[in-house]
Design a protein around this ligand. Structure first.
Ligand code: SAH
Ligand code: SF4
Length: 382
């Protein structure tokens, strides 16, 4: 049985090879790519300069799947959270974050999109909504790519005719963070294919240095990434600077304890010469004690890593809490005094369940209620 591949899993050379095998000139591939990645079309018949016969042939050989937005939530700081339904009924999320929120009504000038790589997550970090119901499946390359294209499409419908003036250069998303649902390095091959498509000049056109992959510390994946030619950025979800603290909240630490993680990161840096980021969620009474500051500072200095402190975003049904603002500030200042480059995030999107997996979880629970007849229906839109 042959599996139908989606057109958005293909590299340019592969599409060229296919169209020339059909006796068409190679430039037809570029026309198709332009429709897909620049105009973000959802239909073969929209490719108006591609002959009807080729449109038909493409449609017989490849699928052209698009994501359906079933819920869109906006936050006061302009963060927007998209919940998508995949053809098999699974839910995934993407979060759009303006870098400079429009404080006085002017447009925000940069946009970062946070994308998912799996449905659910097998890593089961104790504080995280994404892992609560376990892992369902890996996303295919086109399902990762399509999160960006679907947001671009949404943006175009928002701006309507105003955008006519800067069409072409008018992409919305210029930064990607692979920090949505799932562990990206556990879906390595599909992730790399998707990122290469999003990075390519004929594809998404997003610079490699503007793409950050976040991992919970999957050591073999970090070592593999060190060998890739692209200069993607790497963020590591540390959340604890000793095995005792990290192991309590992140089961992955049992498989890859800190010593092994640090060795892999040192290797990565030797190969890449890149600055790393440590993500460190502050959870009250778990990892916010001053005891964590010296080992965290030592790790950051040793690996030349910047530390991003993120006050924990509470998840319904989990007992963890964020520390008081003064405690977060004290932790931040202590790291600064220890000579670490550190930021304390004023969190975006707290009011819309923006932390990874939260909107999906809530929606799945609501859908369960609908199915069991105890809840109201949901309509798409803000
Ligand atoms: N699996 C990867 C990427 C997805 S998680 C990873 O763990 O790095 C992206 C980030 O969101 C991680 O740093 C994760 O620890 C963090 N996160 C998860 N749940 C959170 C919550 N409730 N509040 C704040 N950050 C959270
Ligand atoms: Fe998975 Fe990352 Fe959530 Fe851990 S924090 S459960 S690795 S998505």
């Amino acid at each position: 049985m042959s599996v139908v591949r989606d057109i958005k899993t293909l590299f340019r050379e592969e599409l060229q090879a296919q169209v020339t095998a059909w006796g068409e000139p190679a430039y037809r591939a570029d026309q198709v790519l332009e429709w897909l990645y620049r105009h973000c079309v959802t239909d073969w018949s929209a490719m108006t300069n591609v002959p009807r016969s080729l449109q038909q042939r493409l449609g017989e050989h490849f699928s052209l799947q698009t994501l359906v937005c079933i819920r869109l939530r906006g936050s006061a700081d302009q963060t927007r959270k998209f919940l998508w339904r995949l053809p098999d009924g699974a839910f995934i999320e993407s979060v759009l974050i303006p870098a400079n929120p429009a404080l006085y009504g002017e447009p925000a000038d940069r946009h970062t999109l946070c994308v998912s790589t799996q449905v659910g997550c097998a890593y089961g970090c104790r504080f995280c909504a994404s892992g609560l119901d376990g892992w369902k499946r890996n996303l295919q390359p086109h399902e990762i790519v399509e999160q960006v294209l679907a947001v671009e499409r949404w943006h175009r419908t928002q701006e309507g005719s105003e955008r006519g003036a800067n069409r072409g250069s008018g992409r919305l998303v210029d930064n990607l963070v692979i920090m949505g649902m799932g562990e990206p390095l556990a879906n390595y091959d599909n992730l790399m294919r998707a990122l290469r498509i999003l990075n390519a000049p004929w594809g998404g056109g997003i610079g490699a240095r503007k793409i950050t992959i976040s991992t919970s510390g999957v050591v073999p994946g970090i070592r593999r990434l060190a060998e890739e030619p692209e200069q993607f950025r790497l963020a590591v979800s540390l959340h604890g600077a000793t095995d005792a603290v990290r192991g309590r909240i992140m089961p992955v630490n049992r498989k890859y304890p800190l010593a092994e993680l640090v060795a892999a990161l040192e290797y990565y840096q030797k190969r890449k010469g890149r600055m790393l980021t440590f993500e460190y969620i502050l959870i009250e009474g778990v990892n916010d004690s001053p005891d964590q500051v010296p080992p965290l500072a030592a790790l950051a200095r040793r690996l030349h890593a910047k530390v991003n402190l993120i006050p924990y975003n509470p998840v319904e049904g989990l007992e963890w809490r964020r520390p008081a603002p003064a405690a977060c500030e004290a932790f931040y200042q202590a790291l600064r005094r220890a000579g670490v480059t550190v930021t304390l995030r004023r969190e975006k999107g707290v009011d819309i369940d923006a932390a990874c997996g939260q909107l999906r979880l809530r929606t799945e629970r609501e859908f369960d209620m609908v199915r069991s007849g105890s809840g109201a229906g949901e309509t798409p839109g803000e």
